[in-house]
Design a binder for this molecule. Structure first.
Ligand code: GLU
Length: 368
């Protein structure tokens, strides 16, 4: 029998707008549980292959969170650092217009790497239907992901993982890779609840202090100077070195493919929480699990964003959204960890069993 992971996505759309140079695609991985849900990634190197993997992650993420969505993801090929705001707006608008036929019926967009509430506003307006995307600004009736839903979910997944390891958040040291929307809020909630934030990275490097970083000061430095390494009280090391620090918890919150098999011996964390999507391959996860490291996979830990998207889609309040994120992330992470011994300690396998069963239940013919 063919394993689901060998089966490709249901549909791939590729769109162009020669005048603006817009070139993008949408990968609909599965429509079994509802319209495909997933963000728009804008990078110079984004590819159908990368987006297909991310769309599969969305299928599992929406299913595990028990949301009435299928999995999807899209990409626009562009370097957002080298184009003007006007050019970016044109690209997003042309992308939205090109997707009118499939959004929102088959694809509901959202923020992802280099897209945020501003891009969702452009997308919804150009598409002409507010339901075509989530993560829109409040003035449009949206629940922007900038409220911190993903980081809040990552924080709750971390609490469950600590409980599982019989560790106390108050005596836990944490390193966070990336200080964008996800890393920022994960750092905020964890430090507010007594964890010791000892290292944070961004593209400028890592700021490390074994006695702890002050979140408020760090947030101010990042806002004013744009770099965490301008925080005074700490040691600076290269960005990637964050993965090898002596900490209890390592949270990935930025780049894909961060950890490779060659890094396994170097990792000292007891728990890794995947706040970013696909920070390592399943094989690397397996090697780390064999070392006794507890890994909370991406589609379990970072579902806060898409849960917030669902809340927006349903017209829920901000308060109800945060309650839903806490409830779903806590419940799902706990169930997945409770079933661990049935899956030889493989957290991904435990989570995948639940997510896959739910998809199969509603889709008897698609061999999932
Ligand atoms: N980009 C986010 C994710 O990877 C949010 C997706 C969404 O809300 O559709 O989960």
């Amino acid at each position: 029998m063919v394993e689901f992971d060998e089966i490709g996505p249901e549909k791939i759309f590729e769109v162009y707008h020669p005048k603006t140079g817009m070139h993008g695609f949408v990968v609909i991985d599965s429509l079994a549980r509802g319209p495909g849900k997933g963000g728009i990634r804008m990078t110079p190197s984004v590819s159908v292959e990368e987006v297909s993997k991310l769309a599969r992650v969305m299928t599992w993420k929406c299913s595990l969170a028990d949301l009435p969505f299928g999995g999807a993801k899209s990409g626009i090929i562009a370097d957002d650092k080298s184009i003007s705001k006007k050019e970016k707006k044109e690209l997003v608008e042309e992308f939205a217009k090109a997707l009118k036929l499939i959004s929102p019926s088959m694809y509901i967009a959202a923020p992802d790497m280099n897209t945020s509430e501003q891009e969702m506003e452009w997308f919804a307006k150009a598409n002409g239907n507010k339901k075509s995307c989530t993560g829109k600004p409040k003035k449009m009736g949206g629940l922007p992901h900038e409220l911190g839903s993903t980081g809040f979910g990552v924080y709750h997944a971390t609490l469950v993982a600590l409980k599982h390891k019989k560790m106390n958040v108050k005596s836990t040291t944490v390193a966070i890779e990336g200080f964008g929307n996800v890393g920022w809020f994960a750092a905020k909630f964890l430090s507010e609840h007594g964890a010791k934030l000892v290292a944070v990275s961004d593209s400028s490097g890592v700021i490390y202090n074994k006695d702890g970083l002050n979140f408020k000061e760090l947030a101010m430095v990042k806002k004013e100077k744009g770099r965490v390494t301008d925080y005074q009280d700490g040691t600076r090391i290269p960005s990637r070195d964050i993965i090898g620090l002596e900490v209890d918890v390592l949270i990935t919150a930025a780049i894909p493919d961060l950890i490779s098999p060659g890094d396994v011996d170097n990792i000292k964390a007891k728990i890794i929480v995947e706040g970013s999507n696909i920070p390592m391959t399943h094989e690397t996860e397996e090697l780390l699990t064999k070392k006794g490291i507890l890994i909370i996979p991406d589609f379990v830990a970072n579902a806060g964003g898409v849960i917030s998207s669902y809340a927006e889609h349903k017209g829920f309040s901000e308060k109800k959204m945060f309650e839903l994120v806490e409830e779903k992330i806590t419940k799902n992470t706990s169930i997945v960890l409770k079933n661990l011994d049935k899956h030889e300690n493989c957290v991904r396998c435990s989570a995948l069993t639940i997510a896959r069963d739910r998809v199969r239940k509603v889709c008897k013919v698609c061999r999932l």
